[in-house]
Design a protein around this ligand. Structure first.
Ligand SMILES: [Zn+2]
Length: 80
């Protein structure tokens, strides 16, 4: 690969869960990496595991910056 990767949405921090979006589903490696790093997918609340906090997720960075679904109002960031 040459140059920086091309992200599926205008907001580079938007990444939808497998099955939610055909654009993001074209990048299963990024979806897998997001799961490995414990980062919630866009539009999904972070998983909380009180007994095993190392398995809890941190919020999607796009959701954290623009909460309430504001980040997905723009058509270029919507799951499709
Ligand atoms: Zn998507």
């Amino acid at each position: 690969m040459t140059g920086p990767p091309t992200m599926p949405h205008c907001d580079q921090a938007v990444l939808h869960a497998p099955g939610d979006c055909r654009y993001c589903d074209a990048h299963p490696d990024w979806q897998h990496l997001r799961q490995l790093w414990g980062i919630a997918f866009t539009g999904h609340p972070p998983r909380v595991d009180a007994d095993r906090p190392w398995l809890s997720e941190v919020p999607c960075p796009s959701d954290a910056r623009r909460p309430g679904g504001v980040n997905q109002r723009w058509p270029g960031n919507q799951p499709s």
